[in-house]
Design a protein around this ligand. Sequence first.
Ligand code: URC
Length: 328
Amino acid sequence: MAERVEGFNFEQRHGKERVRVARVWKTKEGKHYVVEWRVGISLLSDCVNSYLRDDNSDIVATDTMKNTVYAKAKECSEILSVENFAIELAKHFISFYRQVTTAIVNIVEKPWERIIADGQPHMHGFKLGSERHTVEAIVKKSGALQLTSGVEGLSVLKTTKLNCYIQSLIFVLTLVWICCEQSGFEGFIRDKYTALPETRERMLATEVTGLWRYSYESLSSVPQKPLYFVERYDDVKRVLLETFFGPPNVGVYSPSVQNTLYQMARATLNRFPDIDSVQLKMPNIHFLPVNISNTGGQIVKFNDDVYLPTDEPHGSIQATLSRFWSKM
Ligand SMILES: O=c1[nH]c(=O)c2[nH]c(=O)[nH]c2[nH]1
């Protein structure tokens, strides 16, 4: 919040970024659990004197913030979700320091996954997965809370043309061989700058970044069930992926990244009543058809088979879908 200083409007915050911590828990039976977090802390606090003059008496040193991450990780005797850790940290800063009015804690969790060896979950062996779980907890001195979780780096691709048998609705118990494309892009504006052909058959690839805001607006309203948010994270990801891909045997047609994004966001809001808004960023990562020829003729003729994968440029498509009363 801006304050008036020497006739100016002034806004400030300070914190520590990229504090890395790993925490291990071990059960009596010898099963280990591990999390690795990258923590960012930002404090809104009444320390304007440090900016205006030689007076640091109201500053929480960023080095102290860093130490607090390790101290609080040590205090967590039971495994907990990244959301609960973020809330605990933020709660500490607003309650421990008179000067702090709001604490903003951002954490990215590294996807360490237990390995399966000989068909059995390993007791202490983990490998790095791909997509990352994120959280932002904003806690005010009043106890007001804003909790936003997310996923980043969720790379997905569908190759789309499906040849499959479906059961005919007309003749009971007969199977019909069908061929259905499951991603296309048609009917867009065509003008003198347009070269893109219309298609009902293309690769669809993206790297989803999602943010979803929970409806819990005070510290006291947060669900007490341990690992509640870990389950929610898995469930939201499942709904996003199921909507993107459609049923395993037949898939679902995507007429555009825009439409698929909307379906994914809507399915999330419809499924989870405690989520008020969903933001999705879905770059359209292009796989270009390969056609190569020389004077002797065609070397490679594209037949929905050989592609050139690209990183850039890529389409950029993003949207936020909220319930009417949401503040996201
Ligand atoms: O799904 C798509 N949306 C677009 O806006 C777009 N633009 C484009 O060139 N290809 C695509 N595909």
